[in-house]
Design a protein around this ligand. Structure first.
Ligand code: JO2
Length: 121
């Protein structure tokens, strides 16, 4: 059981539940948590494409402490008006997992098939 009570300040069972974890599909590093899912522009999930024409289904999270932002911030082709993006990689294996969006607040758009949401029985 991973105990994250020290970082959350909480002590209830849900604060330490492993079933909340969302992992890197490639290396199983803990990236984020189900309780950190958020909506942006009315939805948690968005289907988007980049200037190279690559389509992504991304999911929005308010925190993703298992990821690391890399490179500079850019506003080019941003999917979220008012936010600049940086590439976000797995802190464990370096895989590109999505983007860190920086604007009036910070959030993460993570590529669904690059995550293990732990939904399989
Ligand atoms: C983030 C990438 C992207 C864009 C990209 C590399 C280069 C460029 C990449 N809209 N960014 C967003 N570029 C996303 C996008 O909000 O297009 O996919 O513009 O030169 O992440 O590989």
């Amino acid at each position: 059981m991973l105990d994250i009570s020290s970082e959350t300040g909480g002590s209830s069972f849900s604060e330490t539940a492993d079933d909340d974890e969302i992992l890197c599909a490639a290396c199983k590093h803990v990236i984020t948590r189900a309780r950190w899912r958020i909506s942006r522009n009315g939805d948690h999930a968005h289907t988007v494409f980049n200037p190279a024409g690559v389509v992504f289904q991304i999911l929005c999270f308010k925190e993703a402490p298992g990821s690391e932002a890399t490179g500079g911030a850019s506003g080019e082709f941003t999917w979220f008006r008012g936010y600049n993006w940086r590439i976000a990689v797995c802190g464990g294996c370096g895989q590109h997992l999505g983007w860190r969006f920086e604007g009036p607040d910070v959030f993460f758009g993570l590529i669904k098939p690059k995550l293990d949401e732990g939904k399989k029985p």
